[in-house]
Design a protein around this ligand. Structure first.
Ligand code: GLV
Ligand code: MN
Ligand code: MN
Ligand code: MN
Length: 423
């Protein structure tokens, strides 16, 4: 169907590079790079790209709705009324992010609408580009934050109260939304602001497609993951005078926990990391009396994740036992394993096969979380399309997918949306 729609070559990739001017540097270290991005959720840089997206979609005739948690829905009319088929992802990045994670998904949605307009093509039903607020959880530590409010999985007032962890003076989600003017008036609710389907084009962010020389990942779901905060309290003492057996050293305890987590997750064939850690007072000759860190635990099955969490709790208590270190566990985030909609998966497979050939496609599970988990939680038919990531690297300024890989992904997305809409 969409074979008849003429695509303007390179416009999508040019748009990606054009919009990267908003946030094209690191906040930490203020290091300009050719490819790196620091566009934290609800920051001034993010406001600029949001404003731009709203203007560009309005130029195409879209009706734009902003919900109470800042999600943007730009809706292109169809021949018939009804809930829109959405193309969604996120415009926020990690503090040390690249130009493609999330951004590709939103801007390819815009490119689809531009392609419709160029071709005077009207879909059967409305088609929307959606920008979900704070997918990354980097500034406000909650992954897929606003899509999970829309899906009814998180309470909006709990989310409004979350404080930023990347600002010198922390601010809440509500304050940040208000300060950039993106606390909209549409209720953040999948029941009153529904979607007919959700499709997300994303970079794989891992090494599998590149290693197996595949062009398109047909994503069948997302592994389960949780983030657990561990706060340790001990005693600050002189490093030169305190005998080794008389210390309450919270950093040493954290290091032991990190090793135990590594062993447990390997045993259960899952993934476990300590990637955020705050040590205090962080001085060379003072034993740290406070260490706070976050465990990121993942497994392809819910049962696997539960086993890892249970083993961690029991093994960590053994490390603490008999020491003067006090530990507090905080469950910060959890998302069950997600299984995408079979019909949507089949359409992606069919379109990908037509475009790149079945031997260049691979059915796979996503290692990273995505807003498509939330739309699935809201029972919206959903699936995702992956393209290769160079070296499997993401959340890093060198993150890269080539213009050719992006074009193939875009064509599969366009075909998928048109095929779904015409069914
Ligand atoms: C979500 O971005 C994740 O960490 O997988
Ligand atoms: Mn992403
Ligand atoms: Mn990311
Ligand atoms: Mn992500």
């Amino acid at each position: 169907m969409s074979a008849s729609l003429k695509i303007i070559p390179n416009r999508l990739i040019d748009t990606i590079h054009h919009t990267s001017k908003w946030g094209a540097k690191f906040k930490w270290g203020a290091k300009d790079t050719n490819t790196g991005m620091c566009r934290l959720s609800l920051s001034q840089d993010e406001k600029m790209v949001r404003d731009w997206l709203v203007q560009e979609t309005q130029k195409l005739g879209c009706k734009v709705k902003i919900d109470e948690i800042g999600n943007i829905f730009a809706i292109y009319s169809g021949l018939k009324e009804g809930a829109p088929t959405a193309i969604g992802s996120h415009l926020d990045t990690q503090p040390t992010g690249g130009r493609y994670d999330g951004i590709l998904g939103v801007l390819s949605g815009l490119e689809i609408l531009r392609t419709f307009k160029d071709n005077n093509y009207t879909p059967q039903y409305p088609v929307a580009v959606v920008n979900w607020t704070n997918e990354e959880g980097a500034r406000f530590p909650k992954s897929i934050m606003a899509s999970s409010v829309w899906a009814g999985v998180s309470d909006i007032n709990d989310i409004y109260a979350i404080e930023s962890i990347t600002d010198e003076k922390p601010i809440t989600v509500l304050e940040a939304l208000t300060s950039i003017g993106y606390k909209g008036d549409t209720k953040a609710c999948h029941k009153t602001n529904p979607l007919k389907a959700h499709f997300e084009l994303h970079i794989e962010q891992g090494p599998i497609l590149e290693k197996e020389q595949k062009d398109i990942g047909v994503v069948t779901g997302v592994q389960a993951y949780s983030w657990i905060g561990i706060n340790l309290r001990g005693r600050a003492q002189h490093t030169g005078t305190t005998p080794m057996d008389m210390r309450a050293d919270t950093y040493l305890t954290a290091a032991k926990i990190a090793i135990v987590v590594n062993n447990i997750t390997k045993k259960h064939r899952g993934l476990g990391s300590v990637a955020e850690i705050h040590v205090s007072p962080n001085v060379v000759n003072v034993i740290p009396d406070s260490t706070e860190f976050v465990l990121d635990i993942r497994h392809t099955t819910d049962a696997g994740l539960q086993n890892i969490e249970a083993d961690i709790e029991s093994e960590v208590s053994k490390i603490i036992k008999g020491t003067d270190v006090i530990m507090e566990f905080k469950k910060l985030f959890h998302n069950d394993a997600t299984h995408f909609n079979n019909e949507c998966i089949d359409i992606v497979q069919e379109c990908a096969t037509n475009i790149v050939g079945s031997n260049k496609t691979k059915k796979m599970i996503s290692g990273a979380g995505h807003d498509s988990c939330s739309t699935t939680n809201a029972k919206v038919p959903t699936s995702m399309i992956f393209i290769p990531s160079k070296g499997g690297i993401s959340h890093n300024p060198v993150e890269y997918s080539s213009p050719e890989e992006i074009e193939k992904g875009f064509k599969v997305l366009l075909d998928t949306v048109v095929t779904f809409d015409s069914k």
